[in-house]
Design a protein around this ligand. Sequence first.
Ligand SMILES: [Zn+2]
Length: 409
Amino acid sequence: MVSNGASTVHGLRRENRARALWDLYLNGPGSRQRIGAGAGVSPGTVSNVLGDLMDEGLVLESGMVPSTGGRPSTIVQVNPAFAHVIGVDVGESSVLVELFDLAMGVRGTHRSVTELARLEPADVVAQVVAGVEAVLTESRLGADDVLGVGIGVPGLVEHSPLAVVHAQSVGWDAVPLEALLREHTALPLALDNGAKLLGQAEHWFGAARGAADVVVVLLGQGLGTSIFTSGSGAREPMGSAGEWGHTAVVVDGRLCRCGAHGCLEAYVGAGAVVARYDELRGFSGSSPLDLEQRATELLSRADTDPAAAAVLDEVVRYLGAGIGNLVNVFSPRRVVLGGWLGRRLAELRMPEIAEAASHNALHTPFRDVELLRADLGTDAVALGAATLPVARFLNSGGQRDAVLGSRPA
Ligand SMILES: [Zn+2]
């Protein structure tokens, strides 16, 4: 394809701005020298680019650092107040809406309780819209101050081109969630799987930071992953095995809530953990409403209660087998265990989980794998969702009009 000179210059300028902004964003405040090196642009270019960004108010000077053998260097950073983004976590037990400044500082929070398996999509839309209005009011901002809304949802998200959600575990079959939301808001929207977005937050800001080949596992009631490879540019996941929890580990095994038998989730998901504990003690019919509390209590009793210990041992073995499978398929250098249940299990039994995984993985890919507990809590799904409009903004070279241009009239 042949480009004319003007569009090439314009494209190059935008690309240089985008590179400098991505470096500032992922590596934090720094000197012009560091940003130029990180962005792969010349000292002259980085000075021009940062000068423009400073004139526009998107970047500001925030201090000085001593430099080796020369004058002190000025530190620059993204201006947190330049713009805001909203992240939404449509979770199985609550809808969390958070408003962030451009440095991802939380400026407003709204949470409403749900039981997603029983909710109509229209009710979820109403909760998201009410939450967005609430955080704008709380932070005294208007819709014009917001670059966009990122939304994390359970299940598979198909972009065709508006996002359609397939979440069998909560009874959502091809729900046109983006179209439903568009009836109520003119803000730019971006939807994706919640596990994938938690992984993106962990990759930008948490335990997966700086790793090129990494798998982030999210374990709570459900079980998903997000996968980053060095070939994908490492800014966004190359893909997600968001439904990894529904891969079979036992042929004709336990009934899973998706309707199939023997899924990994039916052995390590929070619902399965609590149900197995009840089964061992001869109880039945526990409520799914207090799942997190019950699973947390059960795990805290593992040292004194034989039934709790047996459940924990079983979960460690199955989770290890699942991680071993992931290692065999994707050969990551790092596996990060997240989600409220995943982080708790990592605190209690990380060496045992690693050992179980080693029994189920081939020696060669497993030898190089580092297994870590996630830094960020489950609330970080909303943070991960907020990275969607941020990524769009950075890719545009920090051009607010280009991002807001996608807003429907
Ligand atoms: Zn299943």
